[in-house]
Design a protein around this ligand. Structure first.
Ligand SMILES: [Zn+2]
Length: 294
């Protein structure tokens, strides 16, 4: 599943190719991909004639600000937003119109000069929205309303993080996956951040010490930034907009390394299920003595 670094990588890739290009048409091959408006025809009509200003990422959502250009007299007005969520297997690929259509292509957006943005999604959980100019994105995209702060933002302070964790009785791994606490952290980076901060994934949030919370916050920001710097991961079938795989995969500390030796202490990495998701950790490096409990 694409996580924050992959979505950020896609966002940067889109900003390198689509800005100031006008959408001249489109084709929806799977109606259920369009989450808003209800009518697929309204989705395409809303986008047609709009130019993409810039893409931004919020959590794992991609939002393109749209500008509608009028000639005679020339004026520029808001065209709303194009929203995309890749979910499990979604990919946005920047193609030439003559490129062979990829299997599982769900939506095609046509641009001038025979270029095309294709939304390819094998599992079909991915969604697209056109947010009309009279709505703010969270009014049309309900998932945006529940998102906590971005990990790189000032709002994600150690005081905020501690306040969120100290009142919760669930495992820290489950809390890290809760998008209302911090936006965009998924399974891979939660496991990696817990390893780097030497905290077992099963640890109950309210039992974490202020020092552990500080370490965890720092580690989470670090693993996300490192992966963005590496262009996303190879853990899933992630592709950037040019169709190239990321390269963070070779350096995972624990994620998907069940039974393999810990890169620090050689103890085999263990996998446990928490909240229905697999968690990978080193029972030695992430051991927490009971004497540390309050
Ligand atoms: Zn270890």
């Amino acid at each position: 599943m694409p996580e924050l670094p992959e979505v950020e990588t896609v966002c940067r890739g889109l900003n390198a190719v689509t800005p100031h290009r006008a959408i001249v048409g489109g084709d929806v091959l799977l109606d259920s991909t369009i989450a808003h408006p209800v009518s697929v025809a309204d989705f395409l009509t809303g986008l047609q004639g709009c130019a993409i200003d810039r893409w931004q990422r919020r959590g794992k959502y991609l939002l393109a600000k749209l500008i509608r250009v009028f000639k005679n007299p020339q004026k520029f007005v808001s065209g709303g937003y194009l929203g995309v969520h890749l979910r499990m297997t979604g990919q946005l690929l920047w193609c030439h119109s003559s490129d062979k259509l990829q299997k599982h292509t769900r939506v095609r957006l046509f641009f001038a000069d025979d270029r095309e943005l294709r939304f390819v999604d094998q599992r079909t959980f991915g969604k697209m929205w056109w947010v009309p100019p009279d709505l703010e994105p969270p009014e049309a995209i309900s998932g945006l309303r529940k998102l906590g702060p971005e990990p790189f933002s000032e709002e994600f302070s150690v005081e905020y993080f501690a306040g969120q964790l100290q009142k919760r009785q669930k495992s820290i791994k489950t809390a890290l996956l809760d998008q209302a606490i911090v936006a965009g952290a998924g399974n891979i980076y939660a496991d990696e951040a817990l390893f780097l901060s030497k905290i077992p994934p099963t640890q109950i949030c309210s039992h974490l010490t202020p020092d552990e919370i500080d370490r965890l916050r720092t580690a989470l920001i670090r693993v996300l930034q490192d992966s963005i710097d590496a262009g996303g991961t190879t853990f899933s079938n992630f592709l950037n907009v040019e169709g190239i795989n990321g390269n963070y995969g070779g350096v995972a500390w624990v994620y998907n390394r069940t039974g393999q030796p810990c890169r620090v202490c050689q103890t085999p990495i263990v996998r446990v299920k928490l909240g229905g998701r697999s968690s990978h950790f080193c029972p030695q490096c992430q051991h927490r003595s009971m004497t540390h409990y309050p």
